[in-house]
Design a protein around this ligand. Structure first.
Ligand SMILES: Nc1nc2c(ncn2[C@@H]2O[C@H](COP(=O)(O)OP(=O)(O)OP(=O)(O)O)[C@@H](O)[C@H]2O)c(=O)[nH]1
Length: 449
């Protein structure tokens, strides 16, 4: 560093030159009229040369190294400055470095003299390298563009989602809002994102009345425990009920606000499929009666109930008479028709809570909860007559009859299936006695063999 006294000894021009060198600025001076051009060493250095290497310099030296796209802008700004439209000439431009890459410079200049005729004469200025801040700026722009793209991508994905992506907030004063909700909220709840933002409670009004309390309970639990909120419930939108699955993670703000981030998915089709699967796995395809597995399940519930509070029940087991002949004479498909139509007729005879089950090929059973022996016998008799009177379209002469075995629950039974064994024994007694009849199980008959 030059000593203070040395510094003061210099004339003003050279002092300014020293200051400029300290800023790392390249300097240029250009006589617009004669073309005479002067650069300092730093001007050349910014683009990787020594001043000597660039000699002889002229305005073409600048034009040769500047980016063609930026030259046009520079021209324009310079002309405006010469016209007196701007106090300074100022421009950002790229210059090709000796090693082939582009260096950004901020170019400042000012007209210092005019000819007697008023034409621009000398202009001087500086080049300050701004590559790194330019790179930073560009990177910032890039990040902003990327963020914008991510947001757009996210919005697009969210709009394709069969549901809603949301943020839901409960403030310390209890007010609720959805600071963010994707457009899907309108499909699911019939509420716009703006409405949900203004007042979160209107979203809750769309929840099925039977599920609303439960949904609120699960939210409160998540708020208290910090656990994720997971809940399946029904929503009513324009009278249509749909099933949704909500999942979200709570975040606790220092001011006591809780904000959940998550999604609500429409799972109606999944629920429908589940219900269909449940139906098919518990129902017999041909007759729509409960299948054996399901019937056994319902029977065990009754058995358990009997053990608990003593409500007695009955089983009517029945089997078609001479069914083999029906198949042999009319064909298997007609046999199927008989089974289907009979099951349909029997279902009409049932009370709510009664279960018709297909136990085997052409063997069925009806479980009658809260039923004594007498009522069960009457029911079985009604059933028998009803089947006997059945007529089958296209097969006028075809008649189907059934033989029924009736048994009632016994508290001493150890297994739910024991009632079926008794009903079976009664039914076979009926078969043996000539078929098309009702036989009630009798322990005395069993004892006698
Ligand atoms: N069409 C049809 N026939 C069935 C089905 N399941 C069982 N069967 C038939 O039912 C008949 C039962 O014959 P059997 O056990 O000899 O009894 P049955 O001819 O009804 O005589 P009894 O029971 O003694 O009165 C057989 O021919 C089976 O093939 C079915 O799903 N569809």
């Amino acid at each position: 560093m030059p000593s203070h006294s040395f510094y003061l000894q210099q004339d003003e021009a050279s002092r300014l030159k020293t200051i400029l060198e300290g800023t790392g600025a390249g300097t240029w001076e250009w006589n617009v009229q004669t073309g005479e051009t002067i650069f300092n060493e730093r001007w050349a250095e910014i683009i990787g040369y020594s001043l000597e290497e660039l000699q002889p310099v002229s305005i073409d030296t600048w034009m040769k190294h500047a980016h063609p796209d930026d030259l046009a802008l520079s021209e324009q700004k310079l002309t405006a400055h010469f016209r007196g439209d701007s106090e300074y000439y100022e421009c950002e431009a790229r210059m090709r470095h000796r090693d082939g890459y582009w260096v950004w410079v901020r170019d400042y200049g000012r007209l210092v003299s005019r000819t007697l005729e008023g034409e621009p004469e000398w202009i001087s200025g500086t080049h300050i390298e701004i590559s790194s801040s330019k790179q930073y700026e560009q990177r910032l722009e890039q990040i902003k563009a990327e963020q914008q793209q991510t947001i757009q991508r996210f919005e697009k994905m969210a709009s394709l989602l069969p549901g809603v992506v949301f943020q839901f907030e409960i403030r310390p004063d209890g007010t609720m809002t959805f600071p963010y909700a994707s457009a899907g909220i309108e499909r699911v709840y019939g509420v716009t994102p703006e409405q949900a933002l203004a007042d979160g409670t209107i979203v809750f009004q769309a929840i099925h009345p039977e599920d609303r309390g439960f949904v609120e309970q699960t939210i409160n639990h998540s708020k208290k425990s910090g656990e994720n909120w997971i809940c399946e419930y029904r929503v009513i939108n324009e009278g249509v009920v749909s099933w949704v699955l909500g999942r979200s993670k709570p975040e606790f703000k220092p001011d006591g606000t809780v904000i959940w981030h998550g999604a609500i998915l429409d799972i109606t089709s999944q629920k429908t499929l589940e219900e269909e699967l449940r139906q098919t796995s518990t129902t017999d395809d041909l007759t729509g009666a409960a299948n054996r597995r399901r019937f056994t399940e319902v029977l065990s519930w009754e058995f358990e109930r009997l053990k608990r509070n003593g409500a007695g029940y009955a089983v009517v087991l029945f089997d078609f008479d001479w069914f083999k002949r029906v198949n042999d004479h009319y064909g298997h498909h007609v046999g199927d028709l008989v089974l289907r139509e009979t099951a349909h007729r029997i279902k009409n005879e049932l009370r709510t809570g009664d279960t018709l089950g297909r136990i085997g090929g052409e063997e069925f059973a009806v479980l009658l909860p809260q039923c004594d022996e007498n009522s069960a016998r009457q029911f079985a008799e009604r059933l028998r007559r009803s089947v006997e009177q059945l007529r089958f379209i296209g097969f006028d002469e075809l008649r189907g009859t059934i033989t029924c075995g009736v048994a009632i629950s016994d508290r001493t039974d150890e297994k739910p299936s024991q009632i079926l064994v008794r009903a079976d024994q009664a039914m076979y007694r009926g078969k043996a006695q000539g078929r098309n009849q009702v036989v009630v199980f009798d322990y005395n008959d069993q004892d006698s063999g």
